[in-house]
Design a binder for this molecule. Structure first.
Ligand SMILES: [Zn+2]
Length: 285
């Protein structure tokens, strides 16, 4: 009885959340210039990146689902450029990044993401389910050229999900890292259901740090420097080394995440599947 009640209650909460995202009060958004020709829009989901070219716009991540969120984003973009959006790159399948894919497609844009992102969307239980990309890339790298501007899409491996794309703007030395780098007290979410991996995550951070950049746009929060990303990797590796040490000491899987010392880190990893976290750390060095 108790179980039935709590499931019903969770259902109501989920419905209320979906309603708020669809029609209710939209979260405020704000646009700022990161470099001449490149902007970041915060709010209403993950951070959005806007790259302006004289042949159209390349946008990274399109906010939580909702006409109001989409319209507010487009109004801010129109404030800095009257060019149409030609490409929407989606960094992974979560709805705070993919929520308005269909609206961008309807407005004439191509939506670009990894094949794994498309696969993750098939089993993604979210209402409304985001539309799949119109262009998928299967390998580690993909390039877009528009108006003399090159944009590199990198899949360095599994981290937040199995479908993560890091978007690099080489001539501006900016990289959009999405939820592979978290900010503030928010720790990395290892989305095992979406193919995420704590063990591979560190190699993905290496891949990012091998790029020549001085500004990184995270999934949430303000613009980061390369030193910030390096510091994040050091903390990430420290947390994983501590987790491996706890496994050696015999800490059981259901206590592992909670027992990691993180008071000097500032965040704790978010581990939705204790068994998967324990298994992959046990099997790696
Ligand atoms: Zn995410």
């Amino acid at each position: 009885m108790l179980k039935t009640l709590s499931i019903a209650f969770a259902g109501i909460l989920a419905a209320a959340g979906a309603y708020a995202q669809r029609g209710g009060a939209p979260q405020p958004q704000a646009i700022q210039q990161v470099k001449p020709g490149l902007f970041m829009v915060t709010g209403a989901g993950g951070n959005t990146t806007v790259r302006v070219t004289n042949a159209g716009l390349i946008v990274v991540d399109g906010k939580l689902p909702g006409e109001a969120n989409y319209n507010a984003l487009m109004a801010l973009i129109k404030g800095v450029s009257d060019q149409p959006v030609k490409y929407l790159i989606v960094t992974h399948h979560h709805a705070d990044h993919t929520g308005n894919d269909q609206r961008f497609i309807d407005a004439g844009a191509q939506v670009v993401g990894t094949q794994n992102l498309k696969m993750n969307l098939e089993t993604y239980a979210y209402d409304p389910k985001p539309a799949p990309p119109t262009i998928t890339y299967p390998s580690a790298e993909y390039k877009l050229e528009l108006g003399g501007v090159t944009v590199e899409l990198h899949h360095f491996g599994r981290a937040h999900t199995s479908g993560d794309t890091v978007v690099y703007f080489p001539n501006l030395k900016v990289v959009s890292v999405s939820d592979v780098v978290t900010t503030g007290k928010t720790g990395p979410l290892i989305d095992y259901a979406g193919g995420g991996s704590a063990v591979e995550w560190t190699h993905v951070l290496d891949g990012i740090l091998n790029l020549d950049f001085d500004a990184a746009i995270p999934g949430n929060g303000g613009v980061l420097t390369k030193a910030d990303v390096q510091a994040y990797k050091t903390k990430f590796d420290t947390v994983m080394a501590r987790a491996r040490e706890l496994i050696k000491q015999g800490v059981p899987q259901d206590k592992l995440a909670a027992e990691i010392k993180t008071d000097d880190i500032g965040w704790a990893p978010r581990v939705p599947k204790a068994d998967a976290f324990y298994a992959e750390l046990s099997a790696s060095k």
